[in-house]
Design a protein around this ligand. Structure first.
Ligand SMILES: [Zn+2]
Length: 400
């Protein structure tokens, strides 16, 4: 009875909202009733699951339903974003127990930022009242590119001074928790699988609307990270052949034509937004972008035209990815999503459908994240749950 079977059973229970009886579990995972019974006992002893009443009214004995115990385990998540750093404590069913946000300290001293993050984590855990011994670890979502093997952040845009910072080791030393680091877009996809409900199942891409635009990829319920953990970099997909020049030497890439910073600059050049911003920091771009969205929603046609055009461009990039991967769903989210949601959810589905090579076979659904604004931090904490609890082919190979 290896740990693989244990995680398979936990995984089956967590994927069924109402819980499962032992008999149903045996049918779903294909293990013997005796094995199911033994593992259930272990999980009950570890407080990871609870017996949640009996079900069944027909002939025969009513069945005891097994459910995850929300308080059986907790995970911490941090989303390091150039503008705002978000913190969450997540319980075993993926619910947020406590969250907080701080303005990401500026300057170019990563060690000062790490000290601030560690202090905030201590405060958050104290405020949550969660027993430290029940915390499985700390997940960190960081802007890419990252070095997944070494838990290193490698020179991300808008975080000056973050040139090969060993974030995983530094935070482990500062907090005493075991630490996992993943790219923010991938963390967002992980969050969707753990806490997003029906939109987090099957095969989908998570379109992360942040300082840049990237996507997290989930195929058949498995998160795809690529060789080095940097899958999903779609910034150089060309969406407008006559568009603005990109740092790659070509024109009209996603990152040169429809990221927030570019849209804000466009609105400033056209006199729609006041161009007297104090600086070009992530926080200042975010403020200006919110103003642009508010103007468009308030009926400013020129502001609306900029955002509507960005929806067309983003849809082109998304269709390249959805056609390549044959996914069933596109989930949008990230710090810049809320201002775009209504507009994008109206405009992007027909554009995507028109470009879909599989539209006669299946639709490609477009939805906003079921997880909300803290998706990066929730994803980071979900990484810990996933690492601790989810069955993986890799684990099976190691243990067989
Ligand atoms: Zn480019």
């Amino acid at each position: 009875m290896g740990d693989f079977n244990l995680t398979v059973i936990l995984d089956a229970i967590r994927r069924t909202a109402g819980g499962l009886s032992r008999v149903e579990l045996a049918q779903i995972v294909g293990l013997s009733p005796q094995t199911i019974s033994n593992i259930s006992r272990r999980l009950l002893d570890q407080n990871l699951i609870v017996e949640a009443g009996k079900e069944g009214s027909g002939p025969g004995k009513p069945r005891t339903i097994l459910r995850l115990n929300p308080g059986g385990m907790y995970a911490l998540g941090v989303h390091l974003d150039p503008a705002v750093t978000t913190f969450v404590v997540l319980d075993l069913v993926g619910s947020v127990v406590r969250h907080s946000r701080i303005k990401t300290p500026g300057g170019n001293d990563p060690s000062a930022v790490i000290t601030t993050i560690a202090a905030e984590i201590d405060q958050l855990v104290a405020d949550s009242g969660v027993d430290r011994s029940r915390i499985a670890g700390l997940g960190v979502a960081a802007p890419g590119p990252i070095d997944l093997d070494n838990g290193t952040v490698v020179d991300p845009p808008l975080l000056p001074g973050w040139d090969r910072v060993e974030l995983r080791e530094a935070l482990a030393a500062a907090t005493g928790y075991s630490v996992l680091v993943d790219k923010d877009v991938t963390s967002a996809a992980v969050a969707e699988t753990w806490a997003g409900g029906p939109s987090g199942a099957g095969s989908f891409i998570f379109m992360y609307m942040g300082t840049g635009i990237g996507c997290g990829i989930v195929l058949n319920d498995e998160v795809v990270r690529g060789t080095s953990g940097n899958a999903g970099e779609i910034g150089h997909i060309i969406v407008d052949p006559d568009g603005p020049p990109c740092d790659c030497g070509l024109r009209g890439c996603v990152k040169s034509s429809c990221i927030p910073q570019v849209l804000v600059a466009e609105a400033e050049a056209a006199g729609i937004l006041d161009g007297s911003r104090a600086g070009n920091s992530a926080a200042e771009v975010q403020q200006s972008f919110s103003r642009l969205c508010a103007l468009a929603d308030g009926g400013d046609e020129r502001a609306a035209a900029i955002l509507d055009n960005s929806a067309v461009l983003v849809a082109r990039a998304v269709s390249v990815v959805t056609n390549t991967l044959d996914v069933e769903r596109v989930v949008f989210g990230g710090p810049f999503w809320s201002g775009l949601a209504e507009r994008y959810l109206e405009r992007i589905p027909p554009l995507l459908d028109a470009n879909s090579d599989v539209r006669l076979i299946h639709p490609v659904e477009v939805v906003g994240t079921g997880v909300g604004e803290d998706v990066g931090a929730i994803g980071a904490a979900s990484l810990v749950l996933e690492h601790t609890l989810a069955p993986r082919a890799q684990r099976l190979l190691l243990e067989s």
